[in-house]
Design a protein around this ligand. Structure first.
Ligand code: PEP
Ligand code: MN
Length: 340
């Protein structure tokens, strides 16, 4: 529900409405328009009646919002959210590429890749320490040791680190050490985890579940935003369809839909979406043209020896070539030569 105040409404009149709502279990959000002031009510508003609020002085209109995603939706928050990690921004016209290996495998590996992707213009380093593998017999990641290696790579290159959390067991460590906490496709609807990560205050990279609708994804973001502390980046990473030529089907239209429905930054992962390194550049370029706020791309210095997802990893050289083309598209369509 949104309460819209008259242009001449006083602070006292707005506060009277706030006061009347204070004993209800609702989250109030300020929405400031050009000349209007609005109050967004998130939570269960089914028992509230718009007429109740029309009686307050200064209230112009009360509107029920049909979308269930109040915090992630644009209606309450018309302006784009910008995620800022030490001056590195994503969203609201700021484009950033996150790159690195699927998994952290060792110090030399992660350092070498981090240095290469940084030189090519990546703004963040990705790397899995805890890996959600389909088979329990596959490499499961280096765990906390992997996180330590990411920290070394951050120190040596200045790249903030993005890595996946799989359970709340290590939430304090992630809250302390990780710059952007990734919640993977398999955990997109792990609601207790989303709630907990939402209290860390660290930005969350939320990947779309393999069979999640856009609305389900926005509702998952809603869980993470409930804590009121963390911001969320939405990531389209392909969904399961009948098509077998690619690992998943990249739903590029999700970028346009999400940007319309939500104020949150939207990025695309062409690596997991396609599953093949040769398909990564065309889809990365298409996502850039479609208006994504960034990309997350797997890069490995020896893809043929990678312990995870080597077949979809770019070499540092092909990543470098791709970054040049991405910049060209940004320059033509978005006129921001300095951003990526
Ligand atoms: C990943 O980014 O390493 C990953 C496992 O991706 P997803 O959760 O999208 O499968
Ligand atoms: Mn991977």
């Amino acid at each position: 529900m949104i309460i819209i105040f008259k242009a001449e409404a006083t602070e006292g009149q707005v506060n009277a409405v706030r006061q009347a709502l204070s004993h209800k279990d609702l989250m109030l959000q300020d929405i400031k328009g050009e000349s209007t002031y609005m109050l967004g009510l998130a939570g269960d508003t089914s028992q509230l009646h718009p007429e109740e609020f029309m009686r307050f002085e200064g209230v112009e209109q009360v509107v029920r919002v049909s979308e269930p995603y109040k915090l992630s939706g644009r209606r309450f928050h018309p302006q784009d959210t910008v995620i800022d990690v030490n001056g590195r921004k994503i969203g609201g016209g700021h484009f950033a590429v996150i790159a690195g290996p699927c998994s952290v495998e060792g110090e030399d590996q992660v350092l070498s890749i981090a240095r290469d992707v940084e030189r090519s213009g990546a703004k963040f380093l990705r790397g899995g320490a805890f890996k959600p593998r389909s088979s329990p017999y596959s490499f499961q990641g280096l765990g906390l040791d992997g996180l330590e290696l990411l920290k070394i790579a951050r120190e040596k290159t200045g790249l903030p680190i993005v890595t996946e959390i799989m359970s709340s067991e290590f939430i304090e460590v992630f809250a302390r050490d990780v710059d952007i906490i990734q919640v993977g496709a398999r955990n997109m609807q792990n609601f207790p985890l989303l709630r907990e990560v939402g209290y860390t205050g660290k930005p969350i990279l939320l990947k779309r579940g393999m069979s999640a609708s856009i609305e389900e994804m926005l509702m998952a973001a809603e869980y993470a935003l409930l804590g009121g502390k963390s911001q969320v980046i939405l990531c389209e990473r392909g969904i399961r369809t009948f098509e077998t030529a690619t690992r998943n089907t990249l739903d590029l239209s999700a970028v346009a839909v999400l940007k319309e429905k939500s104020h949150l930054p939207v990025i695309v992962d062409p690596s997991h979406a396609t599953g093949y390194w040769n398909l990564v550049p065309p889809m990365a370029l298409a996502a850039t043209a479609a208006g994504a706020d960034g990309l997350i791309i797997e890069v490995h210095n020896q893809p043929e020896k990678a312990l995870c997802d080597g077949q979809q990893s770019l070499t540092p050289m092909s990543f470098d070539n791709l970054m040049i083309k991405i910049q060209k598209i940004r320059n033509v369509l978005y006129d921001d030569g300095s951003e990526s």
